[in-house]
Design a protein around this ligand. Structure first.
Ligand code: BTN
Length: 267
């Protein structure tokens, strides 16, 4: 996209995973800003070791290579800025304002999932030849652009849980328009990761977009779980949960699940 750092866009008809591809490119020293986008993934990765699937040519499957200089407890802002840019892009292209289920699922107005973000990092990767700073973070996003066209397209377990832009607005959407708008919206947000004031601004935007605040949640960590009411995001973007009058702060990287009480009951 001209005027942004995302000018090296690598397009694939089919690939195992755009995240896997960019992590390997990062290991070989690729600079920040490389983009990988594919019509289809044969081994698309979701969070928690899940797979991410979509019929060929239907949805936007894209990853970007970032090398932000982020404090250790704010690494999740790299995926947050991609999620926020996706909100902007969807608003620009189809005029629908999605919300963020903390830390980074994008939900439609009725709470069904429209997109998911997966950030992967490689602490062993070398710095770039061009002298970039931090370790690489590959942020991949899958946006349900045209699939499912309606709920009948979905596997049984996903009915009522996922939707697409096409279903939301009732017409097919050009994936290229969503990609262009995404990269354009990402540029200033990624730029913000490099300064303390920029990071506060992005965490503030995340707070404003976060539909988890005010809801009852069950938080699953590696070794414990608790239930409470999500009351806020901190200036760093961490979730604040009131657990029977005690304030607990949850860091995105520590979280296995943040589920609404209803989701937790269903599971
Ligand atoms: C989630 O579980 O919600 C995250 C899904 C992330 C999927 C995207 S599609 C493009 C990129 N490549 C992958 O293999 N996964 C991410």
């Amino acid at each position: 996209m001209p005027g942004t750092r995302f000018t090296d866009i690598r397009r694939f008809d089919s690939i195992d995973s755009t995240n896997r591809y960019l992590l390997e490119e990062a290991r070989a020293g690729a600079p920040e800003g490389v983009v990988a986008v594919s019509d289809h993934q044969t081994a698309g990765r979701g969070r928690l070791g899940r797979s991410w699937e979509a019929p060929p040519g239907s949805n936007l499957l894209v990853s970007v290579l970032l090398r932000p200089d982020l404090p250790g407890d704010q690494q999740h802002l790299a995926s947050a800025v991609v999620a926020l840019a996706a909100l902007d892009a969807v608003d620009t292209v189809v005029g629908v304002r999605l919300g963020v289920k903390w830390p980074n699922d994008l939900l439609g107005p009725d709470g069904r999932k429209v997109a998911g973000v997966l950030a992967e990092t490689d602490l062993g990767a070398p710095a770039t030849r061009t002298g970039a700073t931090g370790p690489p973070i590959v942020v991949g996003i899958g946006i349900n652009v045209n699939w499912p066209a309606d709920a009948a397209d979905l596997p049984e377990g996903l009915i009522g849980l996922a939707t697409s832009l096409r279903e939301l607005v009732g017409r097919p959407i050009a994936r290229s328009e969503v990609l262009d708008a995404l990269l354009e919206a990402m540029e200033p947000r990624v730029g913000d990761l490099g300064t303390a004031s920029g990071r506060i601004r992005q965490a503030g935007d995340l707070r404003a977009a976060c539909t988890t605040i005010g809801t009852r949640v069950r938080v699953d960590l590696a070794n414990e779980w608790f239930e409470g009411t999500a009351t806020d995001l901190t200036p760093e973007g961490h979730l604040v949960v009131d657990v029977s009058g005690t304030r607990r702060t949850v860091v995105a990287g520590d979280v296995v699940h943040v589920r609404s009480r209803e989701e937790a009951d269903r599971a």
